[in-house]
Design a protein around this ligand. Structure first.
Ligand code: HAM
Length: 425
């Protein structure tokens, strides 16, 4: 017996009946992104491994544990992209976009790959709708708040409203450095109480201790008294302006001083949108400002801010009534005999030429089985061709919703159905 292959763990097939909901969220997101003047951008699904190490940080979980490397005999290996920001920055630099525009407002929709232990809402191949604004003209707290409002508005357009926007600031790079110093000095005496992962994080990536879900670590974190003492006066003003701008846009938010994000490139504003109905993997999306990444990767001194939404999690959280019914067909043709079959085959082409969707059975089969297929296709109209119809140069046209039938001359049936369908659609 030959081997049966199955879906790789942590991935999913998106079957035709599931596509309308994917198309729904993609098209809603595209509409809203257009209102905010963002342009679509596509980069390859793999990049040099070093790009991810340099951007996301050697010590981040995504690089350390989850990069899916492609085999290579060269020094620089390639890896499937775990997220979209690094590649956008690589391309922004390579195409000198900073010299072409003061602000590049870009978005992408596509698959990302992380070698994670799969569970509900956590996949090895998942899809993101990502947004990045880069350029000299992006250093404004108003853009931070607008980007957050944009992510909230996209989620609302899907019918979601049970989510919470959490925000925090890491400050400028020097503030972030100070933050990590203060954290280490406060945590030093409690290292033994931290989980094994966090004991390692203490040395390598101390911020991640703040959002560890382990109960013991949470207890230690609750006892910290750092507040915002690591922030410079300037960074404090910047953060206050971000909040003021959010309020002016009527965006609800909560401040969460433990929100630090898992990727190294963030500075100043960071945010996450969570939906408690999702269980442990509750982040619908997240993002923030990354002012140093472009220059760190060899580009100009320009600032940037962005976010990404996880499409699978959006679909899990979306109200069921928002999930649309499968696309339906305009016309199904039923042929009674061989002569009618040839006429039906010709008519298929006529209908498609009128921009109508049409289908039929490609084998001559019984009237009963063709009618069954017509019903299953949920076609709005069925066109029946039999001996009598052909003798008179006509087709019987049945409106499947009302069951009304009429005879229409064959030369006019394309245009006639176009008119009738236009008035329904
Ligand atoms: P991230 O927080 O790693 O950020 O991912 C953003 C969103 O992608 C998550 O909130 C979640 O909805 C979804 N996601 C992440 N990993 C998985 C997974 N394994 N399975 C299913 N969904 C997942 C970033 O990727 C940053 N690049 C966001 C950003 C853009 N920051 C600035 N610009």
């Amino acid at each position: 017996m030959s081997k049966k292959f199955s879906l790789p763990r942590g991935t999913s097939d998106i079957l035709p009946f599931e596509m309308p909901s994917w198309q729904f969220i993609e098209s809603k997101a595209r509409d809203i992104l257009k209102f905010y003047n963002y342009k679509e951008f596509r980069t390859p699904v793999f990049e040099e491994t070093g790009l991810f190490k340099r951007s996301l940080g050697q010590t981040s979980d995504v690089v350390n544990k989850q990069l899916l490397e492609l085999a290579s005999d060269k020094e620089d290996t390639l890896s499937l992209r775990p997220e979209g920001t690094a590649a956008i920055v690589r391309s922004y630099i390579e195409n000198s976009l900073d010299r072409k525009e003061a602000i590049s407002k870009l978005f992408y929709i596509g698959p990302m790959f992380r070698g994670e232990r799969p569970q509900k809402g956590r996949l090895r191949q998942f899809h993101q709708i990502g947004v990045e604004a880069l350029g000299v003209a992006t250093s404004s707290p108003y853009l931070d708040s607008e980007v957050m409002a944009l992510s909230v508005n996209i989620l609302k357009s899907f019918g979601l409203n049970n989510f919470q926007l959490k925000i925090n600031t890491l400050g400028a790079p020097e503030d972030k450095e100070e933050f990590s110093k203060q954290l280490r000095s406060e945590l030093k005496s409690s290292v033994d109480e931290l989980c094994a992962d966090c004991q390692q994080r203490f040395e390598r990536n101390v911020f991640r201790i703040l959002d560890c879900k382990n109960r013991g670590c949470k207890r230690v974190v609750a006892g910290l008294s750092i507040g915002d003492s690591y922030l410079s006066a300037e960074s404090k003003v910047y953060y206050e302006d971000v909040k003021k701008a959010l309020r002016s846009l009527n965006v609800d938010f909560v401040e969460d001083s433990n929100l630090v994000r898992g990727l190294d490139y963030y500075t100043h504003t960071v945010f996450e949108i969570s939906d408690s109905s999702l269980g442990s993997q509750d982040a619908l999306g997240a993002g923030g400002r990354y002012n140093n990444l472009v220059s760190q990767l060899g580009g100009a001194e320009v600032d940037a801010v962005g976010f990404a939404l996880g499409m699978e999690r959006i679909l899990l959280a979306m109200p069921k009534e928002q999930i649309l019914a499968e696309d339906t067909l305009d016309i199904y043709i039923v042929n009674m005999d061989e002569q009618a079959f040839m006429e039906g085959f010709r008519l298929l082409n006529v209908f498609r030429g009128e921009s109508l969707s049409a289908d039929m059975s490609y084998k001559i089969s019984s009237m009963k089985s063709q009618m069954r297929a017509a019903n299953k296709s949920k076609a709005k109209y069925v066109v029946i061709l039999g001996e009598e119809e052909l003798k008179n140069g006509e087709a019987t046209v049945k409106n499947m919703a009302s069951s009304e039938q009429e005879r229409i001359p064959l030369q006019m049936v394309g245009k006639a159905l176009k008119e009738r369908l236009n008035s329904i659609n």
